[in-house]
Design a protein around this ligand. Structure first.
Ligand SMILES: *Cc1c(COP(=O)(O)O)cnc(C)c1O
Length: 398
């Protein structure tokens, strides 16, 4: 049988290669950080989700080693059989405290948190109202639920209101949004969303993967930034971005919701518990955030310097205050080629960043997405801006 499938796959792979959609993996030859080694050369990294620069922080690495020494490597069990330790309970308690929620349940990844949150809570008499640009894991998680699904145009509060009206006969309603959308770094309009949820009697879930740890005055997330911490019912998030960057996810929320998920959520019940190294390291990240606001301030300062610097050079950059800084080519007809050629030449100039074009973003919306990190020094940012100036002029972008 395989001969036939192999032939089909070879054809499909050739087709996506021809369309320029084939995804290559760049192989790092050392740890994650502001400087990384790829293909034998050291370049500045502007495309990691390492917002707080803690991915290779010595304190975090030490905490992981200490947990490894104390607790061993693996648990060989799911949580409810013999895979729950004091460290898991402590991490869940500290995450609840950090996120301002009553309780938290850990998952192997936020993909699993989103995969396991909708189906147990929302039966077919309920409704899920979801932003069109929500993360793939939300889309998949929503598909697993029996509830009716309503999609609203990205960030469009009028359409959200219409969908809430359409869903008024449902037993329970849940509005679902990314806290920060990864392609533009734009924030969900949480105050308006919470107002509409109140008006039409709906719950609110925010996936704050691109916000937890560095958004809001103490880094708790978009709900802190917008002052709606007590109006969001459920937060899902990842430990794989700002909070150390290894792996792991969580759903945090009202007590009974989390209790129910512990009974019914399939990625929790049927998948292994989080390794102790990760629990120990994540606790250290939370300790750092409590005691040392430096990384939080640095990433905010760095994104502003990057954004302002690029705008001063004449690049098309949106207003914003998130470390995701997209450089657009909307004024140019050949935007996709420009994004692609520029990111190639930037890499040659020692700046690693990624160009996105259709179909990852809408036609005409090609961009280079930069991500600032607290690990970047002023000199790193200056080198990035100098390279953008040179490469941008070469390609007629500025
Ligand atoms: C990265 C991301 C995820 C997936 O997180 P993992 O822990 O890596 O599975 C889920 N949702 C959003 C919004 C993300 O940005």
């Amino acid at each position: 049988m395989y001969g036939k499938l192999g032939e089909v796959l070879r054809g499909e792979l050739d087709a996506i290669r021809d369309q320029g959609l084939y995804k290559d993996e760049r192989v790092l030859q050392g740890p994650q950080g502001a400087e990384i080694t790829v293909g034998g050369s050291t370049v500045l990294n502007f495309c990691a989700n390492n917002y707080l620069g803690l991915a290779s922080d010595p304190r975090v690495v030490e905490a992981a080693k200490a947990a490894l020494d104390k607790w061993g490597y693996g648990l060989s069990s799911v949580r409810f059989i013999c895979g729950t330790t004091e460290l898991h309970k402590q991490l869940e308690a500290e995450l609840s405290d950090f996120l301002g929620m009553e309780d938290t349940i850990l998952y192997a990844a936020c993909f699993d948190a989103n995969g396991g949150v909708f189906e147990p809570l929302l039966a077919k008499d309920s409704a899920i109202i979801t932003d069109q640009l929500n993360h793939a894991s939300i889309i998949d998680g929503v598909r697993l639920a029996k509830a009716r699904r309503f999609i609203y145009d990205h960030a469009d509060m009028n359409v959200l209101e219409d969908r809430l009206k359409e869903a008024q006969d449902a037993a329970f309603r849940l509005v679902v949004t990314d806290g920060v959308f990864s392609m533009d770094g734009d924030l969900a309009k949480l105050p308006e969303i919470c107002d509409l949820a109140d008006k039409y009697d709906s719950l609110v879930l925010v996936d704050d993967s691109h916000a937890t740890g560095f958004t809001g005055p103490s880094g708790r997330g978009t709900h802190e930034k917008f002052g709606v911490m007590d109006r969001v019912d459920i937060v899902t998030t990842t430990l794989g971005k700002a909070l150390g960057g290894a792996l792991g996810g969580a759903t945090s929320g009202r007590k009974e919701i989390v209790e129910w998920l512990r009974q019914k959520s399939r990625p929790y019940l049927f998948s292994n518990s989080l390794p102790m190294m990760i629990c120990g390291a994540a606790l250290e990240v939370l300790r750092i955030l409590r005691e040392d606001p430096e990384p939080l301030r640095t990433v905010a300062k760095n994104q502003a310097k990057l954004r302002d610097g690029l705008r001063d050079l004449g690049f098309d950059v949106d207003e914003g205050d998130h470390p995701i800084v997209p450089v657009h080519f909307r004024r140019h007809d050949d935007d996709a080629i420009m994004a692609q050629n520029m990111s190639r030449d930037l890499l040659a100039a020692g700046i690693y960043c990624i160009g996105f074009s259709f179909p990852v973003v809408p036609r005409g919306g090609a961009r280079i997405r930069l991500q600032a990190s607290a690990a970047h020094s002023d000199a790193h940012l200056d080198r990035c801006l100098a390279a953008f100036a040179e490469v941008g002029k070469k390609h007629g972008a500025i």
